[in-house]
Unconditional design. Structure first.
Length: 130
């Protein structure tokens, strides 16, 4: 298993109902020539958490930071649900415990790319609830 040091949070950049599924995101990524979806987890509007890439495999979600991170994507651009945030909190708690990741190692995608707004929600505020 690879050494995981951080978690990077993303959004799918679409509030269109038909895009609220991992198959659509996987198709978008594979159409770009990627081997699979770039994220390790995807959380739909109803709060269901879906597996993306295997955790043993590097992600394709944040240039320069894929080797040592887990990528989590919430469906949406500006509209997220309480169910998504509830599921995200549970998932983060599990991953932090399993991989000994501190809260300080959970980042928004835009922390690493100033040209991005992703994940379009306040990660610092979310971390206060963990």
């Amino acid at each position: 298993m690879r050494k995981i040091k951080k978690i990077i949070l993303h959004c799918s950049d679409s509030d269109i109902q038909e895009h609220d599924n991992i198959q659509t995101i996987r198709r978008w990524h594979m159409n770009r020539g990627w081997k699979d979806i770039g994220y390790h987890y995807f959380i739909s509007k109803d709060g269901r958490t879906r597996w993306g890439r295997n955790l043993a495999t590097y992600g394709a979600h944040c240039a320069g930071h894929n080797r040592d991170s887990i990528g989590i994507c919430l469906s949406g651009r500006k509209k997220f649900t309480k169910y998504q945030f509830s599921s995200l909190r549970m998932l983060l708690m599990q991953l932090m415990k399993k991989y000994d990741i501190p809260k300080s190692a959970i980042y928004p995608h835009n922390h690493f790319n100033r040209h991005k707004t992703c994940p379009n929600f306040n990660v610092k505020e979310l971390l206060l609830t963990l």
